[in-house]
Ligand binder design. Structure first.
Ligand code: MN
Ligand code: MN
Length: 392
């Protein structure tokens, strides 16, 4: 069948060149922010396959305000920084050895991923059961909504990523212990605890939020001191110990309610992409995807139907966002491994592979659409490879 028969007619003969860019010989004459332009080659000179007005889907923690304290700091990427990110928000926080993120709770669930160092986390549930654990790099935690909790740096301090199931979340707008106490009449406190007013005279007048404490002692001592019995399902999980699925171009580890029972409204994947490889073209069937780049550098095009597509560049410390059902890939554009987290406001991580979809569809039907070679049809794999090696 001649190819012309299948040529698109309504869009001016659409072409799909390998990767053609606008002529680069029209230099910028005005002021330039060269370091930022070097970080965003695909914004400066997009592939010609990009099209239409696509919202911004990238924001770097490097561009976020840092709230500082002598015991650590926090910065956040919410829908105020990245307006497309309506279903999730993220926080990057650092605590010194002994540094405490004040006892607090919030409307949203909290997924934590330890980036460096180690910390002790605590929580109490509605049935009076306690949770105390030490977590280190690669471990995750999950606190259900409104469950009160704390985080404290151990001897080496810590840094971690938090993801919340609401883009409008703010780390600076949570329910804090000191804020609560400071807004209750003294006689109410006396009656509630059955103690005289003098017991409440030294409570800080301002919220603590992040403040310096002593490095905690033995975990076993804190567990005994908590009493009350343990929560039935741990709020922490050794994510790094999870056996990854191996693919020709990299690996994928997942965490969800199936292997971490308390995590009921968030699922996450840790994807590694070798140099010269790519997270394959896919989309998700559950919800938006919130990404955090852990190492390396990458490139993603997001396709939003009706000719809309935009390509973004990422490096460690950046946040990416993919609206629900929009197709995307993530290519390693560096010489070192690329690693990123995919986080979903969903009970599981579920994706549709373009490759597998075509492989499992009647060949003549695929042929009728793509007018491709029999070899292409024959080469389609029925098994999903989430990370593939590039051939060009
Ligand atoms: Mn919290
Ligand atoms: Mn994805």
């Amino acid at each position: 069948m001649p190819a012309e028969q299948h040529a698109p007619t309504g869009d001016g003969g659409r072409q799909n060149p390998r990767r053609v860019r606008a002529p680069a010989d029209v230099p910028i004459l005005g002021p330039q922010n060269a370091p930022r332009e070097r970080q965003n080659p695909d914004l400066l000179n997009p592939p010609s396959t990009d099209g239409g007005v696509v919202p911004n889907l990238r924001f770097s923690f490097a561009d976020a305000h840092v709230r500082t304290s002598s015991a650590g700091w926090a910065r956040e990427v919410t829908e105020r920084e990245l307006p497309a990110a309506r279903s999730m928000a993220g926080v990057n926080m650092r605590l010194t050895p002994g540094g405490i993120r004040e006892l607090h709770w919030h409307l949203q669930v909290e997924f934590g991923y330890v980036l460096a160092g180690s910390c002790r986390i605590t929580a109490v549930d509605t049935d009076g059961r306690t949770f105390v654990d030490d977590v280190e790099q690669g471990d995750v935690w999950f606190f259900p909504k409104a469950i009160p909790h704390s985080i404290q740096g151990l001897t080496d301090g810590c840094e971690f990523l938090l993801v919340f199931d609401d883009g409008a979340f703010s780390e600076y707008n949570t329910f804090l212990l000191t804020d609560l106490i400071g807004h209750l009449p003294l006689d109410v406190l006396e009656n509630n605890f059955g103690r005289p007013a003098s017991d409440f005279s030294r409570i800080p007048k301002e919220e603590l939020y992040i403040f310096q404490g002593e490095v905690p002692g033995l975990l076993s001592d804190d567990r005994i001191a908590g009493g009350g019995g343990e929560v039935p399902h741990s709020f922490s999980h050794r994510f790094a110990a999870e056996v990854p699925e191996e693919f020709p171009g990299g690996t994928v580890r997942t965490v969800h309610s199936g292997n971490f029972q308390v995590m009921n409204n968030v699922a996450a994947g840790l994807v590694t992409v070798n140099p010269g490889a790519m997270r394959e073209i896919h989309w998700h069937t559950t919800n938006d995807e919130w990404q955090y780049y852990l190492e390396g550098q990458g490139r993603m095009t997001v396709f939003m139907a009706n000719g809309l597509a935009r390509t973004f560049d990422f490096q460690a410390g950046d946040v990416g966002y993919v609206p629900f059902a929009c197709a995307h890939y993530v290519e390693n554009t560096g010489d070192a491994p690329l690693a990123f987290l995919e986080v979903f406001k969903a009970d599981r991580m579920a994706d549709m592979s373009l490759h597998q979809w075509l492989a499992l569809t009647p060949p003549q039907l695929v042929q009728a659409h793509l007018n491709t070679s029999d070899e292409f049809i024959g080469s389609l794999r029925k098994k999903k490879w989430e990370v593939v090696n590039k051939i060009v």
